[in-house]
Ligand binder design. Structure first.
Ligand code: NAD
Length: 245
């Protein structure tokens, strides 16, 4: 029997990508698509799982409703404050919840590979993260680049706040072992490129992920929807969905 999916934020960029991608996922069926002004209560009972790509203030009450009705939820929306995150965590005691800032299967694989690579290559390798995004992006470095640098810092036992070297200019001195370079490039319509460089004398390893459409996030969230309905109540992330823990 198919898993019935309700999409919240269906008119948005991600909502539209989810609607395009859903028919390619065997075992998933659309039970409802809701945007601002639509009546969620008219459709939510027909779903097994809700996928939320809307706005941060929507997620808490939506998760509460899912908990009341025993529906699983996949949360793609970002930007929650501490109180909103606490509310999500509270409801994860009642229903299975997946919460991830990046649903791309490739990026989550890159996270896993980055940790493994840092562990295997050891402290002699210099660590640098380079990201490129389109000219309209407002923040730098990207959240994904921060996550990659955080993984590297954890493996090295460094505090990212002090270890991160955001670009270099002037007489900065020789590179130290206690720094993680983080560099942001902006231009054109690049959806999101991330490279982690492990450089030693005589050799270099580079791990690269390139996103070229939002469908990568949509497909990851749909994969999470098929997975989460089979889980016990709890808070999960995309690494759990992919079995990377
Ligand atoms: P968007 O602004 O294009 O779409 C958001 C949609 O949510 C809009 O159509 C809006 O009308 C709708 N909405 C607002 N309030 C609502 C409500 N109460 N009920 C139902 N719908 C409501 O934004 P987007 O680019 O699609 O991104 C949506 C969210 O997903 C953002 O928080 C973004 O950061 C996040 N995002 C996450 C990932 C990931 O991999 N986790 C990837 C891309 C975007």
């Amino acid at each position: 029997m198919s898993t019935k999916v309700i999409i919240v934020g269906s008119q948005g960029r991600m909502g539209q990508a989810l609607l395009r991608c859903l028919p390619n996922h065997a075992g998933l069926e659309l039970a409802g698509a809701v945007d601002q002004g639509d009546d969620l209560n008219a459709v939510i009972r027909q779903g097994d799982v809700v996928i939320d790509f809307s706005a941060h203030a929507v997620t808490g009450p939506l998760t509460a409703r899912c908990a009341q009705l025993g529906k699983a939820i996949v949360i793609g929306t970002t930007g929650h404050d501490a109180a909103e995150l606490a509310e999500i965590r509270q409801h994860a005691a009642t229903i299975p919840v997946v919460l991830a800032s990046n649903y791309s299967t490739g990026v989550n694989t890159l996270f896993w590979l980055t940790r493994k690579c840092a562990e295997i290559l050891g402290p002699d390798f210099d660590l640098e993260v380079v990201e490129m995004h389109h000219r309209l992006k407002k923040d730098a470095p990207s959240g994904t680049a921060k996550s990659l640098a955080e993984i590297l810092a954890q493996v090295r036992g460094l505090q990212l706040d002090t270890a991160a070297r955001h670009g270099r200019e002037g007489i900065v001195g020789e590179r130290t072992k206690a720094e993680i370079g983080v560099h942001s490039i902006r231009g054109g319509d690049v959806v999101g490129d991330h490279t982690v460089i492990f450089a030693n004398v005589g050799e270099r390893v580079e791990l690269t992920h390139k996103a070229s459409s939002r469908e990568t996030f949509a497909n990851g969230a749909l994969r999470a929807a098929g997975w989460v309905v089979k889980q016990k109540p709890g808070l999960y992330d995309m690494q759990d969905v992919l079995g990377l823990k």
